[in-house]
Ligand binder design. Structure first.
Ligand code: NAD
Length: 436
């Protein structure tokens, strides 16, 4: 670890877009952490590239009998500290670079929260909203079968992500188990409770987001009961985040999903949206759009809402150089992975907006995934209270550690969190040594 790392190669003249841009941002964060820690260029290179990745073709027989060939990926960024861990995403935007970036962030997240995993991620380029349940089952089973040599309770443990859910995990577990000849509960997490899932897993990511959001509001001297929030995305992460924020007394003033955005009708000091009524509307219609208890706004208006707290909980790259200057929130808590581009990070920092990075803010899911894996491997199940209180302890302790690192080095929370994680992964590498 002698020579200081130089920053990674400057981006090519044409700015990367899509997954390539996300990966460039992830690598720039790694380079900054390596530089802060005084590690060498070799360490950067070791951690910038995935250890293993596979791309598979997935022939899908549609319900009408036609056949379409889809592309899927599984990337294992690093497994020095334990099996790979990371979600499987079904989305039309999936590409290999995006999956590489998401896998790298999983490595940092697991190391930061000190769960004994490396980082991995998977994805299939498909729009799940254009598929029947039977088609989704066929895609899931074929994808699982294609990647099954790489996954397993001691190798790599997938979980739900954008466009997948506990039913997807049940199919993955079944497909893998059929191949193994016996039931292997520990191969995936985020399973239904009736099938070896953990109590508290479904809400874990959003609970974790809210634990950290409340700690960050407190750090800024803001009382949750007098604070306001906007949440982008109303899926597995955003919906629970809105609910738990409202339960903590925060007025949720705007929410959105890919079909639209709604804002509260009441004045600035009012209680905000009725989140329970909004959830009932989403259960009935599939979207927040058209909710009569609010007024329709645009997605960009939601990001620029006059609130204390903004939680992007949808997809990556939504806060960028074109809109970061419009953000009026004092605090951004990243429910999604990679919602803030590097350019937006710099603009927000300039304006004094505190950004709690994804690898800390949304780590609740992987913490309870770890609890689920431990329970499955031991065939001994914990109560919901045990899960919730252990989750809260780990989130709060990680927040304290990241804040202390940020103050120690005079860096923002992202650099603090990434450097703590990179330090732990590098330590594991050094102790293991290079083979041969
Ligand atoms: P999901 O598929 O359940 O929900 C995604 C939501 O985002 C949907 O409401 C969708 O309509 C909305 N959306 C998509 N594009 C949008 C846009 N441009 N504007 C507004 N809304 C948009 O996915 P999820 O599991 O909630 O994941 C959301 C994010 O959180 C992703 O970045 C994911 O990687 C991350 N994450 C998820 C978990 C988890 O446990 N599910 C854990 C950690 C991180």
């Amino acid at each position: 670890m002698e020579d200081r790392a130089s920053a990674p190669a400057a981006p090519a003249a044409a700015r990367p877009v899509g997954g390539a841009a996300t990966l460039a941002d992830a690598r720039a964060q790694l380079a900054a952490a390596v530089e802060l820690l005084g590690y060498d260029r070799g360490t950067y290179e070791l951690l910038a590239a995935p250890r293993r990745e596979v791309t598979v073709s997935i022939p899908l027989r549609r319900d009408d009998g036609s056949v379409e060939v889809l592309t899927g990926h599984r990337v294992q960024h690093n497994y020095s500290r334990g099996p790979g861990k990371g979600g499987v995403r079904f989305s039309p935007q999936v590409d290999l670079d995006e999956v590489r970036a998401l896998a790298m962030w999983m490595t940092w997240k697991c190391a930061l929260l000190d769960v004994p995993y490396g980082g991995a991620k998977g994805g299939v380029r498909i729009d799940p909203r254009q598929c029947s349940t039977a088609e989704l089952e066929r895609v899931t089973r074929r994808f699982t079968s294609e990647i099954s040599p790489l996954i397993g309770p001691t190798q790599d443990v997938p979980a739900p992500d954008v466009g997948t859910d506990e039913q997807t995990m049940a199919w993955m577990m079944d497909t893998y188990s059929v191949g193994a000849g016996h039931t292997v509960l520990g191969v995936v997490t985020g399973k239904p409770v009736a099938l070896g899932g953990s109590l508290g897993r479904a809400s874990a990511t959003s609970r974790g987001v809210v634990h950290v959001a409340l700690a960050a509001l407190g750090h800024l001297g803001l009382d949750p009961r007098r604070s306001t929030a906007a949440v982008q995305g109303f899926g597995k992460v955003g919906r629970g985040t809105a609910r738990f924020l409202a339960e903590a007394g925060v007025a949720v003033r705007a929410v959105s999903d890919q079909d639209g955005a709604v804002a509260a009708l009441d004045g600035a000091g009012g209680p905000g949206l009725d989140v329970a009524a909004l959830e009932a509307h989403v259960d009935a219609t599939g979207s927040v759009a058209g909710f009569r208890g609010g007024v329709r706004v645009t997605g960009e208006e939601l990001l620029a809402a006059d609130v204390d707290l903004l939680v992007p909980a949808a997809v990556e790259g939504v806060l960028h150089e074109g809109n970061a200057a419009d953000v009026r929130a004092r605090l951004v808590v990243e429910g999604a992975n990679g919602p803030t581009t590097a350019a937006a990070d710099a603009l927000l920092a300039e304006r004094g907006v505190l950004v709690v990075p994804d690898i800390l803010a949304n780590a609740g899911g992987v913490i309870v995934s770890y609890f689920e894996w431990v329970q499955a491997n031991q065939a001994y199940w914990w109560s919901e209270d045990e899960v919730e209180s252990r989750l809260a302890d780990r989130m709060t302790s990680a927040w304290d550690q990241v804040l202390a690192q940020s103050q120690r080095h005079g860096v923002d929370l992202r650099a603090a969190a990434t450097s703590l994680a990179v330090q732990r992964v590098t330590e594991a590498h050094v102790l293991r040594g290079l083979y041969p």
